[in-house]
Design a protein around this ligand. Structure first.
Ligand code: NCD
Length: 299
C-alpha cells in the first residue's frame, strides 16, 4: 500500500503503472476521487510537490500542503506524532525528508498509503517511474538501450532508484561520475546478481553509443565538505561539444533542477527532453495515486 522504494514494485507492477500513466496522459481515465492528498516536504521541491498537487486536482481530489516551518514541529512535536495526526486529515501522504528512512518510518506508523517523495540520498521511486515513462515514450522501449548516467552518482537518490529499475528492465548501463562521487558498489553488485545487469564505468565525457544520457546535479546539500562540492561543481558541465559524435536520436534527460551541470545552449538542442520529462510528472503521479488508492479499495 506504500511506495517507499522502487524495490516495492516488480516489473509487472511498474508496467501497469506506465500503461496507466499513458492513459492518464491521453486523458482517457475519467476516474474521480473524493479524497485528499497531503504533501509534507521537509526539503525544497518544485516538481515533485507541485506535480503531485496538480495530479491530485486532475483526479478530482483536494490537497493539503503541510509546511514544517509554521507547524507544531517548531514547538517540539515529534515527526511521528505529526504524521499520525495528519493521517486523520488526508487519504494519501507524500513525504520528502532529508533523512534516509523517514518515508519508511512514516509508512510503518500510519494506516494511510505513504509515497516517498525522496528520502535523503536513498530513494526517489516516483521520479524513476517518470524517467522510465519518458524513456519508453521517446525510445519505444527500455530493454537493451544504452543508458549513460552522468553526475553525482554517490548522493543522488534519483540514481539509486533509476539504476535498479533500468537493470530490472534490461537496459545496458554506463556510469560516469566525478572522482569520489561513484555509485555505491553494493547497489551494482545487487543488480548484477538479481538481474544479470550489464554495468560499465568510465571517466571520459563521451556518449557515442548512448541512446539515453541521464544527467543529475552535484547534490551539494549532501556533502560533508561544502568546499569540495563547490570545487567539483565548478569543473563539471555537459557542453555542446560533448554531444558532437552522439547518435542522432540520443535523448538527454534529467530529473532537474540543473544548476551548472548542463550548459544552457543544450536546452535548444532537440535531443534535450528534460522539460518534456518534467511535464510527464503529472500523468505519472496521477497513475501512482490511482494505483495506490485503487489497490486499497480492491483489497
Ligand atoms: C530531484 C531530487 O529531489 O532528488 N529532483 C526532483 O525531484 N526532480 C533531483 C535533484 O534535486 O537533483
Amino acid at each position: 500500500m506504500n511506495l517507499i522504494s522502487i524495490r516495492d514494485l516488480d516489473k509487472k507492477e511498474i508496467e501497469k503503472i506506465l500503461d496507466l500513466s499513458e492513459e492518464m496522459a491521453a486523458g482517457k481515465i475519467k476516474r474521480k476521487y473524493d479524497k485528499i492528498l497531503a504533501t509534507l516536504f521537509f526539503e525544497p521541491s518544485t516538481r515533485t510537490r507541485l506535480s503531485f498537487q496538480a495530479a491530485a486536482l486532475r483526479l478530482g481530489m483536494s490537497y493539503l500542503d503541510f509546511s514544517p516551518e509554521t507547524s507544531s514541529l517548531k514547538k517540539g512535536e515529534t515527526f511521528t506524532d505529526t504524521i499520525k495526526v495528519i493521517s486523520g486529515y488526508a487519504d494519501v501522504l507524500v513525504i520528502r525528508h532529508p533523512k534516509e528512512g523517514t518515508a519508511r518510518l512514516a509508512g510503518d506508523a500510519i494506516e494511510k498509503p505513504v509515497i516517498n517523495g525522496g528520502d535523503g540520498g536513498n530513494q526517489h521511486p516516483t521520479q524513476t517511474l517518470i524517467d522510465l515513462f519518458t524513456i519508453r515514450k521517446t525510445k519505444g522501449k527500455i530493454s537493451n538501450l544504452n543508458v549513460s548516467l552522468l553526475g553525482d552518482l554517490k548522493h543522488a537518490r534519483t540514481m539509486q532508484s533509476l539504476v535498479y529499475a533500468l537493470a530490472m528492465f534490461g537496459a545496458k548501463i554506463t556510469l560516469i561520475s566525478p572522482k569520489g562521487l561513484e555509485l555505491d558498489p553494493t547497489l551494482i553488485k545487487e543488480v548484477e546478481e538479481k538481474f544479470d545487469a550489464k554495468i560499465k564505468t568510465k571517466s571520459e565525457l563521451s556518449f557515442n553509443d548512448a541512446d539515453v544520457l541521464y544527467v543529475c546535479r552535484i547534490q551539494e546539500e549532501r556533502f560533508a565538505d561544502p568546499y569540495e562540492a563547490k570545487r567539483i561543481k565548478e569543473q563539471f558541465m555537459l557542453k555542446s561539444e560533448h554531444l558532437k559524435n552522439t547518435k542522432k536520436d540520443l535523448v538527454i534527460l534529467s530529473p532537474l533542477p540543473k544548476i551548472n551541470e548542463i550548459s544552457h545552449e543544450i536546452d535548444a538542442n532537440n535531443k534535450a527532453k528534460y522539460f518534456e520529462q518534467a511535464h510527464y510528472g503529472v500523468p505519472v503521479r496521477m497513475a501512482i495515486i490511482d494505483y495506490l488508492l485503487g489497490r486499497q479499495t480492491r483489497n
